[in-house]
Design a protein around this ligand. Structure first.
Ligand code: MN3
Length: 243
């Protein structure tokens, strides 16, 4: 079972059978982060990255069961869905069959974006997180939003009001040379082309429901005040600016 754009999205409470999935753990998160262009991934060869910490590392702000479900079933399901879509597209291309293309390119965007955003999300958090952004990133926030605090408030407002299956995002747009606050619907909609995600907060219910139930604002507040790894966000900003 995996999240699907075409079937029931709210399935996670019914997928409690953990540990049975034969997921391939391959490339680390850093490979997606540090070499976003140089490392080619062949169609169907995406791998679920390991987390940079244990499943219980972010307690009490995110419980271990949520982390394990989220990583193995939701992110893992997205990796499988992406691989499946890509291989089906390859097969359709080889057979000269264009009929399934419409559905498959949509599925690849959905699952592929889920894979990308979750890979950023895990590294955006740390047990010793929260506090204030510093250095060049804080200066850019002040330049683009008036202050780093305003940027953080706007990020939270956008995240709290994102679609039920969605994300909040702080991104850098190289063409504008500016930071942007965005919302994401599902994983791939409401984007602005050319924007590189720096900080993302998952507000699909699977990200927080076991600990926070319907209290999304408590989750996003804990995310901002206790979990955000500003050093990772700053690193991503420097890389996005370099191009
Ligand atoms: Mn998620």
């Amino acid at each position: 079972m995996s999240d699907s754009p075409f079937t029931n999205r709210r399935i996670f409470l019914g997928t409690a059978g953990l540990g049975a999935a034969a997921l391939s753990f391959g490339e680390g998160v850093a490979d997606l982060v540090d070499h976003p262009v140089a490392s080619r991934v062949e169609p169907g060869k995406h791998a679920l990255p390991d987390l940079p910490y244990d499943y219980d590392a972010l307690g009490p702000h995110v419980d271990a069961k949520t982390m394990k479900l989220h990583h193995t079933k939701h992110h893992g399901g997205a990796v499988k869905g992406l691989n499946r879509s890509e291989l089906a597209l390859q097969k359709a291309g080889a057979a000269g069959d264009m009929q399934p293309v419409k559905q498959l390119v949509r599925a690849a965007a959905y699952y592929g974006s889920s894979h990308m955003l979750h890979s950023v999300f895990w590294t955006n958090m740390t047990a010793e997180g929260g506090g204030s952004p510093k250095g060049v990133l804080a200066k850019q926030m002040a330049k683009d939003f008036g202050s780093a605090t305003t940027c953080q408030s706007m990020f939270l407002q956008a995240t709290n009001s994102a679609p039920a299956s969605g994300w909040g995002m702080l991104a850098y747009h190289r063409g504008f040379d500016r930071l942007l606050v965005l919302q994401v619907e599902d994983h791939e909609k409401l984007t602005l082309w050319g924007a590189t995600p720096l900080l993302v907060c998952d507000v699909w219910e699977h990200a927080y429901y076991l600990s926070y139930q319907n209290r999304r604002k408590e989750w996003t507040s804990a995310f901002m005040t206790k979990l955000v790894n500003w050093a990772d966000v700053a690193k991503r900003f420097a890389q996005a600016k370099e191009g």
